[in-house]
Each structure stands twice: as C-alpha cells, then as structure tokens.
Design a binder for this molecule. Structure first.
Ligand SMILES: Nc1ncnc2c1ncn2[C@@H]1O[C@H](COP(=O)(O)OP(=O)(O)OP(=O)(O)O)[C@@H](O)[C@H]1O
Ligand SMILES: [Mg+2]
Length: 347
C-alpha cells in the first residue's frame, strides 16, 4: 500500500454536510445535526444520519443541535465534533496522514468568520497548510460544469438550507454577488408561522419541510392539492390535525421566493454589460436543495426573461465542485484572479 495523503472536498452546509474523497467521489452525505445531552458536559449521543433518526424522539435529557445557522458556525464545539466524525468516517483506515482539503465557505464573510471556519476544519483533523477555502457559489458553479475559468460570465444561484448565494462568475472569480440569509429553513418557518396563525396548530420542522416538498410551489398550481398535517393545538396543547392546501403553502412561500428574486435582480443590475449578455445567453443556473421547490425555475425565468436551468444534481453541486478541485488541485491557484473586479462591483 502506498502512502497516499487523502484529499477531501468538504461542503459544510447548514442542512447537509458532504465529503468527497479524491478518486472515490462523495462518501459522506448526512444532515448537519447532532443529538447531545442537555447537561453541561453535552455528551454526544448521535451525529448525522443517526441523529436525524432520533429527531423528535429524544428523551427529556437529550436535545438535537444544528451547529450551523445561515451557513455560518453557530456552535463551534458541536461543529468541530460533527466535522471530525464525518472526516474520520470518510477516510476510514487511512489515518496515517492528516488529510488535505478544499472546503466551501459562504462568500463575503468577515475575516473573523473565515478564521473560525478554518479553525474548525483544522481542529477536526485537516492538515493546516493544506486547507483551501472556496466560496460556495463558485464551488457550485464548478460542480455543475460551468466554464468558471473562461472569460465569459456564468450565473449561479445556490439555494441552500440557511442561505441563498447569487454570483456571476468569470475568469476564476466572483464578479458580482449577493448572499441573503433566506433558504429552505426560512421557507419551512414561513409554513410553520402560517399554520400557527390560521389553524392554531404548532407543527414541527420536519412536518413543515415535508409540506413544503409535497405541497409547496413558487407559482400557483393548476390543480390544488391537499394534505393533512399533524401538530399540537396551541390552545388545548393536545395533538391536532388540520387540512392544508397547496394554495396556502404557495402564499406562505411568496415572501422567501420574492427575496430570492430581488437578490438575483440586484446582482444582474451590477453585472458588467458584456457578462450580463453571456448570462442572457447561457442562462441562470440553480443549485442547492432549495432550488428544487416546484416551479421556482419557471418563476425566475418568467420574471427576467432569461432561461433558468435547474442543475442535474442540485443537492450535490457544491460538494462535486470542491471534489473536482480536490481531483484537479492544480486549478486552485487560478481561483480569485478576477477578485479586483469584485471590489469594484460590490457595495
Ligand atoms: N424538493 C424540494 N423542494 C424544496 N426544497 C427542498 C427540496 N429538497 C430539499 N429541499 C431543501 O433544501 C435545503 C437543503 O439544501 P442544501 O443541502 O443544498 O443546503 P445546505 O448546503 O446544507 O445549506 P447552506 O448552503 O445554506 O449552508 C433544505 O432546506 C431542504 O428542505
Ligand atoms: Mg450549500
């Protein structure tokens, strides 16, 4: 057996974490959740898939922790524990050397937030001098095969759990971009708020997400759908069921969908004309789990009269992107060349 240093592509997401191992592909794809004791020591009971299976079924002593929020680290210790667990699971027996990695980071984060993300990766076992950070929308664009190093403009809209990142990419860098803290989680919260207000029922996060996926849409549906939702009656505190229509869900999702639209509009308005012309020709590329909301592509296309293309594998684009860079690490030095343009075009 040769001494091969593992090379990883890590996409640390608010909802899901994925790890790509060079020459193997995506080997870890698990929710970014832990179940820990409520006590001061916070002993960890389960991480990732195992923790998800326990969700809503934890006893009084343990609690589910989502250590990231809005794409950023919210709970450092828990993020570190989770990432270390995933990294070890990804590299398995080959623990002789610390792995190298390319990891996604939200774009336009402060130097302090960047340092925190670096520190978490190093504490989780990544080789410090061999850690490369790549902005999420750039990774997503690489993952969906866009010509990121060419002198043409490509637009990607990555709608994750915690945030939506809009970016126009050219010559290996982000020319114009915007991040909003609105993604799949805010959509779920909008549904929870609606059911609370109109049906007096408190529903759980998972139920809300299921309703978003089964009934939700960004455009009104031609034929209305209905489903039963289970929750807790806010007055009696007893289990209660209500009937929910697709129209109600559509209405609740209007605000987050409009926010995504405004972010795209803002970036388009700051894109240099030549590159905007490229975007009009090649279209807007949607990535991230939230981009799968029914009709979101048509909703954006009809607003801007630009073709909108939903990526083939939206949940995996960013991980495939950092994975591609781990496979072709000689490309890493080409990233960021056009960052001077960014200074010019961003407020
Ligand atoms: N079919 C679907 N329709 C609408 N939303 C969906 C669908 N499938 C998944 N989602 C949503 O996608 C989100 C997760 O997407 P993703 O894994 O890309 O996020 P993330 O990378 O973890 O988050 P971030 O990049 O913001 O840190 C969740 O909010 C989930 O509810
Ligand atoms: Mg993501």
């Amino acid at each position: 057996m040769g001494y091969i240093v593992p090379y990883l592509g890590i996409d640390l997401g608010t909802s899901n974490t994925q790890i790509y191992v060079r020459r193997k592909g995506i080997v870890i794809d698990e929710p970014s959740i832990l179940v820990a004791d409520r006590s001061a020591k916070r002993t960890i009971r389960a991480i990732g898939d195992e923790a998800r299976a326990l969700l809503g079924r934890t006893t009084g002593e343990s609690v589910a922790v989502r250590p990231l929020a809005d794409g950023l680290i919210h709970d450092f210790d828990m993020t570190e524990e989770m990432l270390r667990f995933f990294v070890r699971k990804a590299i398995g027996a080959s623990r002789l050397f610390k792995p190298r990695a390319v990891m996604t980071v939200p774009s336009r984060i402060t130097p302090v937030e960047r340092r925190v993300l670096k520190k978490v990766a190093v504490s989780a076992g990544i080789w410090e001098n061999q850690l490369n950070l790549v902005e999420k929308p750039f990774a997503a664009a690489v993952g969906c095969g866009l010509p990121v190093f060419d002198p043409v403009g490509s637009m990607v809209v990555d709608i994750g759990g915690g945030s939506t990142e809009v970016a126009v990419i050219s010559l290996g860098g982000i020319v114009a971009g915007k991040t909003i803290r609105i993604g799949g989680v805010k959509m779920d919260e909008a549904i929870i708020g609606h059911i609370k207000r109109t049906h007096n029922i408190q529903i759980g996060d998972r139920t809300a997400e299921e309703m978003k996926i089964s009934l939700g849409s960004a455009l009104p549906l031609k034929t209305e759908r209905r489903a039963l939702v289970k929750g807790r009656d806010m007055i009696t505190n007893l289990p209660q069921t209500a009937e929910l229509s697709s129209t109600e869900v559509f209405e609740s999702l209007r605000a987050p969908c409009q926010a995504i639209l405004s972010a795209i509009q803002d970036v388009l308005s700051r894109t240099p004309p030549e590159l905007a012309g490229d975007v009009m020709r090649s279209g807007i590329h949607l990535t991230g789990g939230g981009s799968q909301l029914l009709g979101l592509d048509q909703y954006i296309a009809s607003e801007f009269k630009i073709p909108v293309l939903l990526a083939k594998d939206p949940l995996n684009c960013a991980a495939l992107g950092v994975g591609h860079l781990a496979e072709n690490f000689e490309q890493l030095h080409r990233i960021g060349r056009s960052s001077f343009l960014r200074e010019e075009n961003e407020e």
